[in-house]
Design a protein around this ligand. Structure first.
Ligand code: 5GP
Ligand code: ZN
Length: 113
């Protein structure tokens, strides 16, 4: 298995895991772009948003639910946070395993949307 995030999900590569739910792992980004920067991934490999199947809808929805839970635990839910999925080259996707960025803990850069 060569996928970096598959290896983090299985524990073969270490990361600061902040939350484990059935089928989902959340860990701190190695190069944080905000004081809270957590990546939430499905344990099962999905290349990205473009590779999502209808049968993945519940699992991908769970990523958002877990992110909201982590935001509450981190104490940033009240002030707000941003959830981002980068898909493909133009968006800057660098790891081809679907991941949701949870960013917060202070004012974020001017939003694109
Ligand atoms: P992308 O640019 O694909 O949306 O986001 C990939 C994210 O993964 C980046 O923010 C990057 O810092 C993070 N990342 C890359 N390699 C590692 C790693 O080995 N461990 C952790 N915890 N994060 C990583
Ligand atoms: Zn993977």
């Amino acid at each position: 298995m060569s996928c970096l995030f598959c290896q983090i999900a299985s524990g073969e590569i270490s990361a600061i895991v902040v939350h484990k739910a059935e089928g989902v792992t959340a860990f701190r980004d190695i190069a944080p772009q905000a004081s809270t920067h957590v990546l939430i991934i499905p344990d099962r490999h999905i290349d990205g948003a473009d590779a999502m199947a209808a049968s993945d809808e519940a699992l991908v929805g769970k990523l958002i639910h877990v992110a909201a839970e982590i935001a509450r635990v981190e104490g940033i839910a009240e002030r707000g946070y941003r959830l981002v999925i980068n898909q493909g080259r133009d968006a800057g996707q660098t790891v081809d395993h679907l991941h949701l960025h949870l960013l917060g803990g202070g004012p974020l850069h001017t939003p694109l949307v």
